[in-house]
Write a protein that binds this ligand. Sequence first.
Ligand code: NAD
Ligand code: USQ
Length: 404
Amino acid sequence: MRVIVLGADGYLGWPTSMHLSARGHDVVAVDSLVRRRWDTVCGTHSLLPIARMERRVARWKAVTGRTIEWVKLDLRNRADLTELITRYRPDAVVHFAEQRSAPYSMIGAAQAVETQYNNVIGTLNLLFALRESAPTCHLVKLGTMGEYGTPNIDIEEGFIEIEHNGRRDRLPYPKQPGSFYHLSKVHDSHNIMFACRIWGLRSTDLNQGVVYGAQTPETELHPELRTRFDYDDIWGTVLNRYCVQAAIGRPLTVYGRGGQTRGFIEIRDTVRCIELTVENPPQPGEYRVFNQFTEQFSVGELAERVRAARRVHGLETRIEHVPNPRTEAEEHYYNAKHQKLIDLGLQPHYLQDTLIESVIQLVEAHRHRVRPETIDPRVSWRDGARGRLARPKARRPAAAGSAA
Ligand code: NAD
Ligand code: USQ
């Protein structure tokens, strides 16, 4: 298949581009590189040095003999995007290209607007480009488990059967997102579902849980094929952050009481889920939702898992319950279904102490790059960052996005 990967310079987009190419698909990798700019703005960077896209695709070709075509493009530019879709007429588009940090979206008005403009308008532009130039193309859209929030009933995969006043229907599952970022994904879902219903487009909305891990078989082929690894307060996700905190001897930062429960998935399973979804498209006009995670944990339990993995090596790790910068339920019911990708053939990698240890070892090899001043939370859900993000005092010039 010819597959366009949007957001191909990112944590998940780059490994997915390589994985689909390794599977024999014809991959076009697209990104505006805005994430490297957001790093500079936030004083953050990838712990693992990442090469520029030109180097990455050249190295991929040198190592595997396969071609990934690289195109720099911003989804907010509708004319460029339409031209791209018209030129390649893809069988599938995998859409990762969004501002994906909840804390970034809560800094203040400018960042909330930027997040929703970038995400909602980018996706809307894509829907129009597909209608115009590739109406049978399968849109594989990265959504988030956070669209559902934490309701006091089981979470279904996108839709719920409801009986109301003696009548039944299958309706979109209620959404209670927890940040302006998560809200942008809900708005996307509505726009995509509408485009499928009205224009007959076909799409899979992948409501993904929190991703952890740093390596896939393809990223390990050469240092220039690595993907980014975030650990700071704005872009770092919880388990990756804990691994860095453990590696540098800092306490693990459990926000609040720690009963916040989420779906989690390892990065090797993310790329496999995308492959399975691309290779099993929906019918024309169909909008379907898969919950893309493999296990659920509370953030307190995860901290205990990291502590236990360290203890095996005789190392003690402190866990600190810091005041929660977010407004979220800290003790709640959580039971989310995640069967559809397993039915397609996903064989999950469940969280193992050995995986935690391998991530910590990778971090230890790069510990000289850790910026400890980016670990404590700077953004509060109640007060934002007073409209701007105070840049942490850098110990060295920003190395965001610098080539390996
Ligand atoms: P990332 O920030 O590492 O990558 C996103 C990429 O998209 C960046 O390279 C950025 O430059 C690009 N991009 C953003 N806006 C763009 C635009 N307008 N035009 C072109 N390119 C643009 O994020 P990630 O962790 O790889 O996440 C990818 C997707 O998966 C996101 O949509 C995110 O919401 C979703 N997701 C991520 C996780 C996670 O834990 N990382 C979990 C669930 C869902
Ligand atoms: N948390 C801690 N300690 C930390 C960091 C986070 O306890 O040091 C807690 C948060 O309060 C939250 C949970 O961990 O309850 C998850 O936070 P996170 O930063 O790991 O993830 P989140 O903000 O939800 O966002 C990430 C990705 C986003 C994706 C989402 C999937 O950045 O793109 O959509 O995971 S989900 O959580 O299922 O919505």
